[in-house]
Design a binder for this molecule. Structure first.
Ligand SMILES: [Zn+2]
Length: 119
């Protein structure tokens, strides 16, 4: 089991990542009230939009949606990792139940799977 000092370090890392992600997401998306921990990209409103602008808007919105999906996904993993720290189940592979190496967790603190299972 990972020691307390290590967990504290990981927790700080996760919280920093979480704050940064939330801030970034908040720049173009709103928290989705219907979906706990979900986000919804705001539809971009361009000034004086004509038909051409509308196509741009859709394109812009679609790219925002895909960014939002990726970032929202990481955010979920980070929140899940923080919850696991609280529940003392952090650092265990969700697939095989093996302990995830500390070296891996240092690089990717929100990792859910061990290196064997990720492949
Ligand atoms: Zn595993």
């Amino acid at each position: 089991m990972a020691n307390k000092e290590f967990l504290e370090k990981i927790k700080t890392k996760l919280e920093q990542k979480k704050n940064a992600l939330e801030k970034e997401l908040g720049g173009f998306a709103n928290e989705d009230p219907e979906n706990k921990k979900g986000w919804k990209a705001r539809y971009p409103q361009f000034e004086g939009s004509g038909l051409e602008d509308e196509a741009d808007e859709v394109e812009e919105y679609e790219s925002l949606l895909s960014i939002e999906k990726t970032m929202g996904g990481s955010l979920k993993d980070i929140s899940a990792a923080l919850e696991k720290i609280e529940k003392n189940t952090y650092g265990v592979c969700e697939k095989c139940g093996a302990e995830i190496s500390q070296a891996r967790l240092e690089v990717c603190p929100e990792a859910r799977w061990c290196t064997d299972c990720i492949q």
